[in-house]
Write a protein that binds this ligand. Structure first.
Ligand code: PLP
Length: 434
């Protein structure tokens, strides 16, 4: 090309969760059976959508309005329903006009960072969910700015670090929080979320809180929505139906904007996102029409409770299976459907291996690993894949300074799930000792 057409930040667009599948698919061709522990899609892992939810969607197909475009901001009745829902939680009061629909949160995240002034930075957690961290890094052209989540304190954010970094780096305009978190499954404590909002108010920043898993919190953790602690700070809550219905294929998510009118720059930023959205007309109509019908149905509460109980049970199950292990630390999740395991410092090295029965698979994986330097947890994950077919995601793929990996709690087949967790335990023990 006579001109370089690659944008600044292109190398930051990494999504390890799916990248490992490329390697796994090569191994599948060699006869390896795969167990996908990498993707947070409940449907792909066998969760059945209740008949009553399917019926709502079937009935909507008979409604011609569901086939048309809708308002750029989203279906008004749905936005009104969601505003009422937020208002009923007793925090900040919003209107339908404070809600904006997108084609999934993936689209919302891309637009939120895509239309942020290049020099304005958003500090986010490490470990981080790749869509946020990659989009922030790609938008700025620099490494993603992070604050730490502490694995020895249930992955809670380090608020002093947030304060100091934000205070002394005036490029920081926003603070990103994931609650519950991905890849951690951690639930941010109320006092901590409140403190983050106070920091934002004091330093004139905005808070972005990804709440896509907010319906999946298991006690003793308490579910705290941004709307209830935002106070006078500017804020954006991200939400959607991918995980809570679950309906990830709907590509339907929304943002709720808090205190938009309190700051002219913030208001203009939000208006810019809406203008950008207008260029593509609107987001998917039918799923938006389904939102109040599903979330407002009397059966929805029971459906959600059933799912919470299921994931809580599975969190207990893996905790028991990993109990008493040396060299690793499993951080029990209190929300969402992920579980993180980290290796103690110094436990991993680049000589460790696992026995791999299939000769072709062994040759492929060892050849792949010999070609460049791999993070030590990624190396373990590749060996685990080749030896067992289980696909985990290395923690370093989540912008993490801790070596470890993320699993999901999504496998619906009880026998298979227990086998997966036990097999991982056995293979960690073998790998560490090798
Ligand atoms: C924290 C978080 N935010 C957003 C998304 C993307 O959601 P959507 O399906 O609405 O694009 C995911 C998907 O895994 C996620 O884990």
């Amino acid at each position: 090309m006579r001109r370089d057409i690659v944008p600044v930040g292109a190398d930051s667009l990494n999504y390890e969760i799916r990248e490992i599948v490329g390697v796994a698919n090569e191994l599948k061709k060699m006869g390896l059976t795969l167990y996908h522990e990498n993707i947070g899609d409940p449907i792909a892992k066998g969760e059945k959508v209740p008949a009553w939810i399917k019926q709502i969607v079937k009935d909507l197909i008979d409604n011609d309005l569901s086939w048309g475009y809708c308002d750029t901001q989203g279906v008004l009745a749905t936005r009104q329903f969601l505003a009422d829902k937020t208002n009923s939680e007793g925090g900040i009061q919003i209107t339908a006009n404070d809600i904006y629909f997108f084609n999934g949160l993936g689209d919302a995240i891309a637009k939120n960072f895509g239309f942020l002034k290049r020099e304005a930075r958003v500090i986010g957690p490490t470990p981080a969910y790749s869509s946020h961290s990659s989009a922030e890094a790609a938008h700025s052209g620099y490494e993603h700015l992070t604050y730490s989540l502490d694995p020895h304190n249930d992955w809670q954010p380090n608020v002093d670090e947030i304060y100091n970094k934000a205070k002394y780096n005036d490029s920081i305009a926003g603070i990103l929080v994931l609650n519950p978190g991905n890849p951690t499954g951690a639930v941010v404590r109320k006092d901590i979320l409140k403190r983050i909002c106070e920091i934002a108010e004091e330093l004139d920043l905005y808070v972005v809180c990804d709440e896509i898993y907010s319906e999946i919190v298991y006690d003793p953790a308490e579910r705290v929505k941004l709307a209830t602690v935002i106070g006078n700070a500017c804020g954006i809550s991200l939400n959607g139906i991918s995980k809570q219905v679950p309906w990830p294929g709907s590509r339907c998510g929304w943002i709720e904007v808090y205190n938009k009118k309190k700051d002219k720059i913030f208001q203009k930023y939000i208006d810019t996102i809406l203008k950008a959205k207008r260029l593509e007309v609107c987001s998917t109509t039918l799923p938006q029409m389904a939102v109040p019908l599903i979330l407002g149905d009397p059966r929805y509460k029971e459906h959600t409770q059933h799912r919470i109980d299921k994931f809580r049970h599975r969190a207990d199950e893996i905790e028991q299976i990993f109990a008493g292990m040396d060299g690793v630390h499993l951080i029990k999740p209190h929300g969402a459907f992920y579980v993180s395991v980290i290796f103690d410092d110094g436990v991993l090295n680049d000589h460790q291996t696992l026995p791999i029965e299939n000769e072709q698979v062994r040759a492929f994986i060892e050849d792949t690993l010999s070609k460049k330097k791999f993070a030590l947890d990624k190396r373990f994950v590749y060996y685990l894949l080749a030896a067992t077919g289980i696909i985990a995601v290395p923690m370093t793929g989540f912008y993490s300074k801790h070596n470890g990996f993320r699993l999901t709690l999504l496998e619906e087949d009880d026998t298979k799930r227990v086998w997966i967790f036990k097999t991982i335990r056995e293979n960690i023990e073998k790998y560490i000792k090798s």
